[in-house]
Design a protein around this ligand. Sequence first.
Ligand SMILES: C[S@@+](CC[C@H](N)C(=O)[O-])C[C@H]1O[C@@H](n2cnc3c(N)ncnc32)[C@H](O)[C@@H]1O
Length: 256
Amino acid sequence: MTACNWDGSSYDRISTIQQGWGGEVLGRLELAGDERVLDAGCGSGRVTEMVLERLPRGRVVAVDASPSMVSAAQERLTGPGSPYAGRVEVLRCDLLELRLREPVDAVISTATFHWIADHDRLFARIRAAMRPGGRFVAQCGGEGNIDGLRSHARGVLARAPYAEHFEDWKAPWNYAGAEITQERLRTAGFSEARCWLAPAPSEPEEPREFLQTIVLGPHVQRLPEELRERFMDDVLEAIGEPVVIDYVRLNIAARA
Ligand SMILES: C[S@@+](CC[C@H](N)C(=O)[O-])C[C@H]1O[C@@H](n2cnc3c(N)ncnc32)[C@H](O)[C@@H]1O
């Protein structure tokens, strides 16, 4: 799965766990209520909406690379009758190419950076979009994230009829450690940077759709249509009950 082929409406419906994390990260961002804030990797806009609630006189620039996520976010945030009209802009853009017209006062990003391989370039683009002194809070998958779950998936993928579709496959995730991320943020020009890992085991309410849309999306999309449901049956059987995902989150608190 690349940044682009998400299913925005499925994600919007089932991403309760990500919304919980979003609320937690937003809780770390001090806001007066009149700032201009970037939501980097806004998905379907549920976390963006929480940011807008904290900014009665402020504005949000919401950026995502996926067309399906961008249209879900536009529908949620800028549709007819939206209470946020005029205070939010939803842009389709790769964060590695990010260039904003005006610098923002703060940046939030949740559940996004592990989908991006080049963190040096990512942090440089984010730093360049911020005014000096601005706050940057983020969380994404970190070192050790879903190791257990991926090992169940690997066991299934090693077998026929799946193995032939994964011969030259390279996992798309970048689960970075705390220290290296701190160094990268400093190198990108952040004056302060603190990063830490935190285990966050979670039990999704609808495990099958959750795994298929989010966690195992890259595996599922690699398979031909006719093998996808069978693959999900096999992985769910390998995991057993209850389905607890061994998430580990990498947290970022930095100042431009
Ligand atoms: C799991 S979703 C998180 C969405 C939202 N922040 C949330 O917490 O619900 C990850 C998002 O990152 C976006 N993404 C991944 N790589 C990206 C890139 N290089 N540029 C912009 N968006 C990207 C995907 O399109 C997807 O919408």
